[in-house]
Ligand binder design. Structure first.
Ligand SMILES: *Cc1c(COP(=O)(O)O)cnc(C)c1O
Length: 425
């Protein structure tokens, strides 16, 4: 169990993350009493003495263990920086994680993390579909380093996954499992606990198989993968964590031991983010719960409208899974709320979907998600256009599908916009 700094408790009771986003980990007395953490735009830090510098480097390079109350001294902004350390301390609270590292992008977080734990000859098992950049990394970049991949469809049972692995003959090479749940754009779920159990069962003393979850869609509020047995959680902080569609950033969280390794590779790759983005993320975290709660409620209102609309054939939304839906029980066990991503099939095909998208006024036509503004896009021709037609069919991504990221606008105005756009179809 992680232990927080003393200011995270009142009378021994831990405070909730949203209560701590304004000051946790920041000491005004070190910054002229400024109530907000300044932006530390500096590449390097002055040591008080040569002895201090020596001891900082000993810890940074793992030559000795950090003392129980010792903090890693500030050295150079490719290793650490006050804005980024405070940001990491605050991000740990949401996922109840011991360790955290922030990155220049979600892709930088994923690449650095996978390359730390997968070696030439290893197999990475992953759910499908995954984010386009992740898909490219797994299928085109990692093979250059001798790292193979195998995908399983979100929704497949563990028995099916095990069978698929056995049939590939590469079970002995498995070292890393990457899960993206809910899947984009179908909202199909992957059972984190079941895959963590499979990883534990297939691990040997010489080879520990790790499970990482890309938690961008529901986290850090509505799904906590570490609680369900995952070893690592990864985010594109560009989405809900940043929340204003104005920065690119990424995060990885996990145990102190695993994160020490990830942070060392981050230092060498130089994939840490810079102080200004870190500062913007600190500001975003103050309203994270407000924004995500509002977006979740707005999405519920929008989904209810879509369910009843005659021009909608099917809605893919976690908040209205019937008891007979295959993900019904898993949703209740794994997720705390349905989030704010909705996909739906419009009656017709690409032409109808395009007429609908072109008629929207309040929703903006753009990819990405999780920002304050509502967005709409066409997965088959945009975010998922480089997925083969056969794979799109296999994954259930049709030409009729439209994906919505619901923002913080007035929900009645959002429905007004959708209603009008349906009339234009
Ligand atoms: C956007 C996204 C990424 C990539 O993040 P960047 O910040 O754009 O590098 C990875 N995974 C998921 C699920 C995403 O939505």
């Amino acid at each position: 169990m992680p232990v927080w700094k003393p200011e995270a408790y009142i009378d021994g009771k831990p405070l909730k993350p949203e209560s701590l986003m304004m000051k946790y980990g920041y000491r005004p007395e070190l910054s002229e009493g400024a109530i907000k953490c300044p932006v530390f735009l500096t590449s390097t830090f002055v040591f008080k003495s040569a002895e201090h510098g020596k001891s900082f480097f000993e810890v940074a390079y793992g030559l000795r263990e950090k003392g129980p109350s010792e903090e890693l001294g500030l050295i150079y902004s490719r290793l650490n920086n006050p804005d980024l350390e405070i940001l990491e301390d605050r991000l740990k609270l949401w996922d109840n994680a011991e360790g955290c590292a922030v990155f220049q992008s979600g892709m930088a977080a994923l690449t650095t993390t996978i390359l730390e734990f997968a070696r030439p000859g290893d197999l990475v098992l992953h759910s499908e579909p995954v984010y386009g950049g992740t898909d490219y990394l797994l299928k085109h970049i990692l093979p250059r380093f001798g790292i193979e991949h195998q995908g399983f469809r979100a929704g497949a049972s563990v028995a099916q996954i095990r069978e698929q692995l056995a049939a590939s003959g590469k079970l002995g090479a498995l070292s890393f499992i990457l899960i993206e749940t809910p899947a984009n754009p179908t909202n199909a779920l992957v059972d984190i606990r079941a895959l963590a159990d499979l990883a534990a069962e297939l691990s040997t003393p010489a080879r520990r198989i790790l499970v990482a979850v890309d938690n961008t869609f529901l986290g850090p509020l509505w799904q906590h993968p570490l609680k369900h047995g995952a070893d690592l959680v990864v985010y594109s902080a560009t989405k809900y964590i940043g929340g204003h569609s104005d920065i690119i950033a990424g995060v990885c969280l996990g145990s102190v031991e695993l994160m020490q390794r990830v942070r060392t590779l981050r230092t060498i790759f130089g994939t840490i983010t810079e102080p200004w983005s870190g500062w913007l993320l600190l500001r975003s975290l103050e309203t994270l719960k407000l924004r995500m709660t509002c977006q979740m409620k707005n999405a519920r209102y929008v989904a209810n409208f879509l369910e009843d609309h005659p021009k909608v054939e099917r809605v893919y939304y976690l908040g209205r899974l019937g008891e007979d839906h295959p993900d019904f029980e898993l949703y209740r066990r794994q997720c705390l709320a349905p989030g704010a991503m909705i996909s739906f099939d419009i009656v017709g095909g690409e032409a109808e979907a395009f007429r609908f998208l072109n008629a929207l006024k309040l929703f903006q036509l753009a990819v990405s998600l999780g920002g304050t503004e509502s967005l709409a896009e066409h997965p088959a021709s945009m975010t998922h256009s480089d997925v083969s037609v056969a794979d799109r069919e296999w994954l259930g991504i049709g030409d009729r599908m439209v994906r919505l990221s619901v923002g913080v606008e007035n929900p009645e105005d959002l429905v007004l916009d959708l209603e009008r756009a349906f009339r234009a179809v």
